[in-house]
Design a protein around this ligand. Structure first.
Ligand code: FES
Length: 135
């Protein structure tokens, strides 16, 4: 059965309902307006943050220990199409998106077409083994 035949067979109302549900579920995810949490780096869940180039994802935030050994944080939600696929790319010291290749500098500036809208970056402060991530 072709798409047109299928839509005719289920009626206009059902076709609208299918379209409306897709519009709702396909909506971009918004980056949280405010972030403020602290993690304990001695917790085994954050072992990746003990190695330069490692990163973790917590509460929609990507937290990385850069190749230079500094902590950095950014939203996991890409500004291109809202997919939650931002990661820290240690080979180029950038935030990248695995969905369509958006690239962002560590300060959130877009580095290519898909990254042109920039990326939300959060602050980090290390006190002992406590790393605060905040906006
Ligand atoms: S959603 Fe990230 S590059 Fe498209």
């Amino acid at each position: 059965m072709k798409r047109r035949e299928f839509l005719s067979s289920i009626g206009v109302g059902a076709a609208f309902a299918l379209t409306a549900s897709c519009l709702g579920s396909c909506k971009k995810t918004d980056t949280p307006a405010s972030v403020d949490f602290t993690i304990d780096l001695t917790n085994s869940a954050y072992t990746a943050l003990k190695t330069n180039g490692g990163y973790i994802i917590k509460d929609s935030v990507v937290i990385a220990k850069t190749t230079a050994g500094a902590y950095a944080a950014a939203t996991v939600i890409c500004s291109h199409e809202g997919q939650q696929k931002i990661y820290y790319n240690k080979s180029v010291n950038q935030w990248n998106c695995s969905a369509h290749g958006a690239a962002f500098s560590m300060d959130g500036s877009g580095l290519n077409g898909n990254g042109k809208n920039g990326l939300t970056i959060y602050k980090t402060t290390l006190t002992g083994n406590s790393l605060r991530v905040y906006s």
